[in-house]
Design a protein around this ligand. Structure first.
Ligand SMILES: [Zn+2]
Length: 180
């Protein structure tokens, strides 16, 4: 079997299963890091080709992006409200992080989610639901290390950080849903 997009060889690691075949690690690297394995499974070859075209256009937006405000954390939000664009990245140099530029007008909702893990501890997530066919969701963990104890100082600090991310946006940017 070959890559459905470029026809190249598939490797054991990094290849992705799509609805009608496989995508090689090199093509997958060009795709958005926000795509989950499930996202790949719902897409076919033409969807991935369209997505990679989108990513080329995105790269131009990344290059042109100017940060007005940063909300720092495990993930940092780089905001430019005037242009209506923002970036979520783990790295200070988001231009090297294969980042996506999102649009304020594409925000459907921003949520803080509380997720219980198998040990009974929690992860707090911030979830952006987007009106963006290529990247319908961008969700990230706020706590540095997985599994924090409810009611602990770390939990309270993490929750405060999650709200700080949320408060980077105004009500009019999208509706909020807080599950915690
Ligand atoms: Zn490929």
């Amino acid at each position: 079997m070959k890559c459905s997009v470029c026809g190249g060889d598939l490797t054991q690691f990094g290849s992705k299963t799509i609805r009608n075949g496989m995508v090689c690690r090199y093509c997958a690297k060009k795709a958005s890091p926000w795509l989950s394995d499930d996202d790949y499974k719902t897409r076919d070859t033409k969807d991935i080709i369209r997505h990679l075209k989108y990513r080329e256009d995105n790269q131009k937006m990344v290059d042109a992006f100017i940060t007005e405000k940063i909300i720092e954390g495990k993930y940092s939000l780089y905001l430019n409200k005037d242009k209506g664009e923002f970036v979520i990245s783990k790295r200070k140099d988001y231009k090297k992080d294969n980042a996506d530029v999102f649009r304020y007008k594409d925000i459907k909702g921003i949520s803080i989610l509380k997720q219980k893990d198998e040990t009974g501890n929690f992860n707090l997530l911030v979830d952006f639901e987007l009106k963006n066919r290529e990247i319908p969701e961008a969700c990230f963990r706020v706590n540095e290390f997985p599994g924090i104890e409810e009611g602990s100082k770390e939990y309270e600090d993490t929750l405060a950080k999650a709200y700080e991310y949320l408060n980077g946006f105004d009500e009019e940017d999208g509706f909020y849903f807080v599950e915690v």
